[in-house]
Design a binder for this molecule. Structure first.
Ligand code: ARG
Length: 457
């Protein structure tokens, strides 16, 4: 009984398995430094407000610093009997500095404490993640800059559609990652408010100064409703939603890298460092990293659904169910951190086979739309031009010819509007470079975009 910080109203000891079953200490040790940071600010405020003596606050703060050092040195063994990180730290404190340590929890509850701990922790992880996202963005931009002239097939329905610059394709992924980064920065702003002071659910009877604590801990303000403060897990859900969208983007890029590195495409070569061999087939070089990232998308989606389901229909205010928020949140953080880190490095080292991309881009009548646009400029309504070129392509398929190989007479079989300047429009370069408007694949449009990005970053 003696060990429990809440043992007062109990006469029977907790069942051993119940203790294990209800404990969260096994998966929340990463919160220790944030728990201590929050407690130090709280103790200092208690002293400033004369809720406890300043000397007592100083003792508590020194004690907490000592505990943190011991944790960092691996000298502390956490106890399941003490249930969670909050009570593990507090029990250590009392052990270390005596009964005065018991004054730390004045005007506070574990319910507002856990809400502040997770916010402090998540904020730090987000700052790391924003740096990782920037690294991936810059690897994509470098791929574009270093391979500016390479033309590849652009696809819709995975069928050759129109030629595009490989650099344009890379910058499409940059757009996705940039949106992810902006989502992350946005959700960080929304949750960066101090929940401490909500107490268990109704607020506290002590004359605390929440605004001072908020500023001390780097929050932009304080939460406005004590019930909501202890029962809100939107920040975890928003983060897991950001993570799910990011992984969806990475899985799309992963899928393309897997296809492109196959012998059938041969568009890229991934560095050996990111691939493994087969134990039976000597020729194999498997794209394990993109495959794993594609696969890990599943668990990150699962984490989001777990949290949404966890919070569904929960009455106000704190419920023990909410302790289940941590593992999905932590798993999503760890997974996106690892995936981003490895993707940034892999993209930076990826080699492009421009020759093969070009050969593929020339297949599949990729400049058919350019012939149609040509006829439109000569006055034919687009719908009729589409018909003309459709017939031209059918003729090409039947005769085994490509569009640029047709003689002028052959072209004129389909439309008398076609002159010998048609050959200026049906090369891969002409097709790409005709798409000059902002957001198009023309080299000059892509260069303008790269210049803008370089200025921005
Ligand atoms: N370990 C708990 C959690 O993660 C901390 C809050 C516990 N509060 C309580 N009244 N049992 O949610």
């Amino acid at each position: 009984m003696s060990q429990k910080l809440w043992g007062g109203r109990f006469t029977q000891p907790t069942d051993k398995f119940v203790e294990e079953f209800t404990a969260s200490i096994g998966f929340e040790q990463r919160l220790a430094e944030y728990d201590i940071r929050g407690s130090k600010a709280h103790a200092e405020m208690l002293g400033r407000q004369a809720i406890i003596a300043v000397a007592e606050a100083d003792q508590i703060i020194a004690g907490l610093d000592g505990i943190l050092k011991d944790i960092e040195a691996g000298k502390i063994e956490f106890s399941v009997a003490l249930e969670d990180i909050h009570m593990n730290v507090e029990a250590r404190l009392i052990e270390r500095i005596g009964p005065v340590g018991g004054k730390l929890h004045t005007g506070r509850s574990r319910n507002d404490q856990v809400a502040v701990d997770v916010r402090l922790y998540l904020r730090d992880e987000i700052d790391t993640l924003l740096a990782y996202l920037a690294k991936l963005e810059s690897a994509l931009i470098s791929q574009a800059e270093n391979n500016l002239d390479i033309i590849m097939p652009g696809y819709t329905h995975l069928q050759t559609a129109q030629p595009v610059l490989y650099s344009h394709h890379m910058l499409a992924y940059r757009e996705m990652i940039a949106r992810d980064a902006s989502r992350l920065a946005d959700l960080r702003k929304r949750f960066n408010v101090l929940p401490l002071g909500a107490g268990a659910l109704a607020g506290t009877t002590f004359p605390i100064d929440r605004e001072w604590v908020a500023e001390k801990l780097g929050f932009d303000g304080v939460t406005r409703n004590s019930l909501d403060s202890v029962s809100d897990r939107d920040f975890a859900i928003e983060f897991c939603s950001f993570a799910a969208i990011l992984m969806m983007h990475l899985s799309r890029l992963a899928e393309e890298l897997i296809l492109w590195s196959s012998a059938d495409f041969s568009f890229i070569e991934l560095s050996d460092a990111f691939c493994t061999g087969s134990s039976i087939m000597p020729q194999k070089k498997n794209p394990d990293v993109p495959e794993l990232v594609r696969g890990k998308t599943g668990r990150v989606y699962g984490n989001l659904i777990a949290l949404l389901t966890l919070m569904k229909s929960l009455p106000l205010a704190y419920n023990k169910d909410m302790q289940e928020d941590k593992e999905p949140l932590f798993d999503s953080i760890d997974t996106v951190k690892g995936s981003l880190k490895i993707f940034a490095e892999m993209i930076a080292e990826m080699k492009v086979r421009g020759d093969n991309m070009r050969i593929a881009a020339a297949r599949g009548f990729s400049t058919a739309t350019d012939v149609a646009d040509y006829c439109v400029r000569k006055g034919l309504p687009f719908r009729q031009a589409h018909e003309v070129v459709g017939k031209t392509v059918r003729y090409c398929v039947e005769t085994g010819k490509d569009i640029p190989e047709l003689t002028l007479d052959e072209f004129r079989e389909f439309s008398a509007l076609i002159d010998d300047d048609i050959y200026d429009y049906v090369t891969l370069e002409a097709s790409v470079n005709a798409r000059k408007a902002t957001g198009g694949t023309a080299r000059e449009a892509v260069e303008r975009e790269l210049a803008r990005l370089r200025k921005e970053n």
